[in-house]
Design a protein around this ligand. Structure first.
Ligand code: DX5
Ligand code: ZN
Length: 215
């Protein structure tokens, strides 16, 4: 079995020391960096945007996993791709129809980067089945998007095997929200191949120990 991809969410990092926070998780064994972009409309919170991705790109060769929790994602694909994202994941709930979802996926891929789609806790997995063969990653939210540090919603994890059943072996199934050493094991045993963790890693005093405990 392939090694699970750990993507620490910088939402819980010290924003005044992002470079060292990123280097620290890299030395601790993280494969990716998860960048949570929130616009205050799709979700109630506002976080960071394109300039931060651009700056991060100058200082790290880690894979930049950009999670857009924004309305009108189609407007921001090019800026986030050009800023240096290696993967852009957007929410299907932010799109008006199937055609628009397909267009955004091709737009992301036109920059030769990976394309992901995400579903919120109340969105059934069936909604993303039509796109399963044209994306690189499906992100199953295990909390309501908007804030770090929330409690894992167990029922959301049950979407993982339903997606896995329809997917090719190459599809990355990622989970995000409330991931710790216990919920990580639940998700990987159900078929998740990438874990996002914010407060569990950045809230710990030993990033390596925290990352190792997720595998
Ligand atoms: C939530 C974000 C998450 C968040 C996870 O809306 O998408 O990436 O940072 O935080 P934890 O791991 O603390 O639940
Ligand atoms: Zn996220």
């Amino acid at each position: 079995m392939n090694r699970v991809i750990i993507s620490p969410s910088i939402l819980s990092a010290d924003f005044a020391n992002l470079q060292s926070e990123i280097n620290a998780v890299k030395s601790a064994g993280a494969e990716w960096i998860h960048v949570d972009v929130m616009d205050g409309h799709f979700v109630p919170n506002i976080t960071i945007g394109v300039p931060v991705v651009k700056s991060l790109r100058k200082h790290t060769d880690l894979f930049l996993d950009t999670h857009l929790m924004i309305e009108n994602p189609e407007k921001y694909i090019e800026p986030f791709a050009k800023a240096g994202s290696d993967l852009i994941t957007f929410h299907v709930e932010a799109c008006k129809d199937k055609k628009q979802i397909e267009e955004i996926i091709s737009h992301i891929k036109s920059f030769n980067i990976k394309a992901g789609i995400s579903i919120k806790p109340n969105t059934p997995p069936e909604e993303i089945f039509p796109f399963i063969d044209i994306v690189d990653l499906i992100l199953v939210m295990t909390v309501e998007p908007g804030f770090g540090g929330q409690e894992f919603i167990h029922e959301c994890a049950l979407k993982i095997p339903k997606i896995k059943e329809k997917a090719s072996d190459e599809l990355i199934i990622q989970v995000d929200g409330g991931i710790n050493n216990i919920t990580a094991k639940i998700c990987t045993s159900l078929g998740a191949s990438s874990l996002v963790a914010g407060s569990y890693i950045y809230g710990s005093n030993d990033y390596k120990k925290a990352i190792d405990s997720l595998r």
